[in-house]
Design a protein around this ligand. Structure first.
Ligand code: ZN
Ligand code: FE
Length: 257
């Protein structure tokens, strides 16, 4: 089986658009639909026909292109069962623990309550790809709008069980500001210092900082490092549970400038 093409591009201002294409069958899936025009432009450049949209959650910057793309391409929209009523054009509802076949591969679904109640992530294990949208960012995680901090902790933490070689695709290019916060809580982390420097130079050239890998995130992303002695010391939470450290990190990030 030939490999899948994964094409990522910026749309709106800081959203990532992602197209996954299988040469053999011609199947093409968009991970969310932040902007129908941008997605159509990227499809046309490559001569791809959109066959599916994998929706992660109901926020407008992730579903706004759904109906227009469905009308133009007749694509099938797959999305979260737990907020299906908020996903325009949804045809197939999925939830954590489900898996389905797409372009001859297995796609796995993960429940990620926290950012929204029904947020889901998708992985394609054969390609080592995780599409985590607004649950896990490079060097950060999503804001908790609809769920609890404890739920978000579990949503993020479940990805530690995936292969460290897995490519992490996320919903937004937020890495530069995430890096500033990460350094404020773990300034002595060498891997983080290096990543932050790399991110600064990439952004200077207007280049994307994702995808990263889960292995690299586990070395640098504070939200995956709630066991770090340095973070715990800086938060004065040496004896706290990892979930408590996570909650404090998220609260501080919300107020960080
Ligand atoms: Zn969102
Ligand atoms: Fe978003």
């Amino acid at each position: 089986m030939s490999h899948l093409d994964v094409h990522q591009f910026i749309c709106r201002s800081d959203n990532y658009g992602v197209l996954v294409h299988d040469h053999q069958s011609g199947a093409t899936a968009a991970i969310d639909a932040p902007d129908a025009d941008a997605i159509e432009r990227e499809l046309k450049k490559r001569g791809w026909q959109l066959t599916h949209i994998f929706t992660t959650h109901h926020h407008p910057d992730h579903v706004e292109g759904n109906l227009e793309l469905k009308e133009k391409y007749g694509c099938t929209i797959i999305g979260p069962r737990n907020e299906a009523e908020k996903i325009p054009g949804i045809k197939t509802q999925v939830a954590g623990g489900d898996s389905f076949k797409w372009a001859g591969r297995e796609v796995k679904v993960y429940d990620c309550p926290g950012h929204t109640r029904g947020h889901i992530a998708y992985s394609i294990p054969s390609e080592y790809c995780l599409f985590a949208a607004d649950t896990l960012f490079s060097l950060g995680c999503g804001r908790v709008f609809e769920g609890t901090l404890e739920e978000m902790y579990n949503s993020v933490n479940q990805f530690k069980t995936l292969s460290p070689s897995t490519y992490l695709y996320c919903g937004h290019e937020y890495t530069e500001s995430n890096a500033r916060f990460a350094l404020s809580v773990e300034p002595g982390n060498r891997a983080l210092q290096q990543r932050a420097a790399e991110v600064t130079s990439l952004r200077k050239e207007d280049k994307m900082t994702c995808p990263t890998t889960l292995g690299d995130e586990m070395k640098t992303n504070p939200f995956l490092r709630c066991d770090s002695a340095e973070i715990r010391r800086n938060l004065s939470l040496a004896e706290a549970s990892e979930a408590e450290v996570f909650a404090e990190l998220r609260r501080r990030k919300d107020n960080f400038k």
